[in-house]
Write a protein that binds this ligand. Structure first.
Ligand SMILES: [Zn+2]
Length: 428
């Protein structure tokens, strides 16, 4: 998960949910929590912690760099079978599925990404000290996968009624250049696209956040090319560095709204050969972010316009400089190198009301946040989705010093279970 630390959002109760409806949800959650089967489940969480920690370490020892998650997927499919999930399968892109039956055709999905940011040759020195484990990926997303497995294993050992069926998903491609490819595939597959009613995404440790806003991003590499030449004898030829500079100057003047917060950045600029050469090419990398698709599209438009204008201006200027001669023109290429859709939960969405009621029931305090997670995909399609943590605590994500502490994992597991059961409704 890539959080946006800029502004924790105060809870905003939606107008769509009436006070009476909120009370009904709160009561439903209280009844669930008091039921003998859920109490048995809570007890199961308490007595099976060592198994979860064992799975978490075992998984972290299997490398899962972006686009090479298959060994870990095979391991997870084995665990899904072991805990008696049904219809266990791995799809075309490497996502792992297992279901727990219910009534009706709409699923409540519980997913956790299985990929890490670490390249294949990273030493996976995973070690334990009491309740703490250390090593790359133990928390992001070891905590998420362990919690998902914990819930699946629980359902295999304790009979708990629920109406809607559950689908458990270990998905690929959340981190970096993976660009949410696992989730995208799921939500473009007929089998799942319309049958997943609610998506609960587990990413990292903790129980103190609710990601209900999907921070989208579009990233570009811009390459400007020209004929190049000698700085003295070819003077006048269009200069890619000048074009890039002009385009940046225009683009950087684009106004962006404070709300929905929208940002842009020129992160890398490269180009040129030597001080006495007219460069043949120059390039830059641009990052655009917002929770609004419209704002991201508007900024992209503004970037493309700035580039077109800069190419035209410099081509014209080059013609003026070198009167008679016909020169090859400059050109510009824009390559999309990252694309994460934006979106947010509609106010009063049932999934948000339920997780809030669950937090009230458990005496847990959580803040609604904006981040980039697997939930971006369903959220951008207007679906009900949130991302939360798998419980316990963790730190050092995306570093070799990553750690996870299982103290307090129970709270996270209770929170996930109650949310799933309330979303699914009580079955026969
Ligand atoms: Zn993550």
């Amino acid at each position: 998960m890539s959080p946006d630390p800029s502004r924790p959002r105060p809870p905003q109760p939606g107008p769509a949910v009436t006070h009476a409806a909120k009370e009904a949800i709160q009561l439903e959650v209280a009844l669930l929590a008091a039921s003998p089967e859920v109490r048995a489940a809570f007890n199961w969480f308490r007595t099976n912690e060592s198994q979860l920690l064992h799975w978490q370490m075992e998984m972290a020892r299997i490398a899962a760099p972006p686009f090479s998650e298959s060994a870990r997927a095979a391991w997870l499919a084995e665990r899904f079978r072991e805990v008696a999930l049904e219809d266990v399968r791995i799809d075309d892109v490497g996502n792992v599925f297992g279901t727990h039956p219910g009534l009706g055709r709409r699923y409540v999905s519980l997913s956790a990404h299985i990929d890490t940011v670490f390249p294949a040759n990273t030493p996976l020195n995973i070690r334990q000290q009491g309740s703490r484990i250390y090593g790359p990926g133990v928390s992001d997303n070891g905590a998420g996968v362990a919690a998902m497995l914990g819930i699946a294993a629980l359902l295999g050992s304790v009979r708990i009624r629920h109406a809607l069926p559950f689908v458990f998903i270990g998905n690929v491609g959340e981190e970096g250049e993976g660009d949410l490819r696992g989730m995208r595939h799921i939500f473009s597959t007929p089998r799942w696209k319309d049958s997943i009613g609610y998506s609960l995404v587990l990413d990292g440790a903790g129980a103190d956040t609710i990601v209900a806003e999907a921070l989208g991003s579009r990233r570009f590499e811009v390459i400007v090319r020209g004929p190049g030449g000698h700085s003295w004898s070819d003077f006048g030829a269009p200069n890619p560095i000048v074009i890039l500079a002009k385009a940046i100057d225009t683009f950087a003047a684009t106004t962006v709204p404070a709300s929905p917060k929208t940002t842009f950045n020129i992160g890398v600029i490269r180009g040129g050969t030597s001080v006495n050469s007219i460069p043949e090419s120059a390039s830059m990398k641009v990052d655009i972010r917002s929770t609004s698709m419209t704002e991201m599209e508007r900024l992209e438009q503004s970037l493309r316009q700035a580039l077109t204008r800069a190419v035209e201006d410099e081509t014209l200027a080059a013609e003026m400089r070198s009167s008679a001669q016909k020169r090859p023109k400059a050109s510009c290429e824009v390559v999309v190198i990252g694309n994460r859709p934006a979106g947010e939960l509609s106010s009063g969405a049932r999934i948000l009301e339920i997780v809030r009621a669950v937090d009230t029931q458990l005496g847990n305090v959580a803040q609604v946040q904006r981040a980039s997670t697997d939930a971006n995909v369903p959220l951008s399609m207007g679906r009900e989705a949130i991302a939360i943590g798998g419980g316990g605590s963790g730190g050092g994500a995306h570093t070799l010093q990553e750690w996870f502490d299982s103290n307090g994992r129970e709270l996270g597991l209770k929170r996930i279970l109650l949310t799933m059961l309330a979303l699914a409704g009580v079955g026969e």
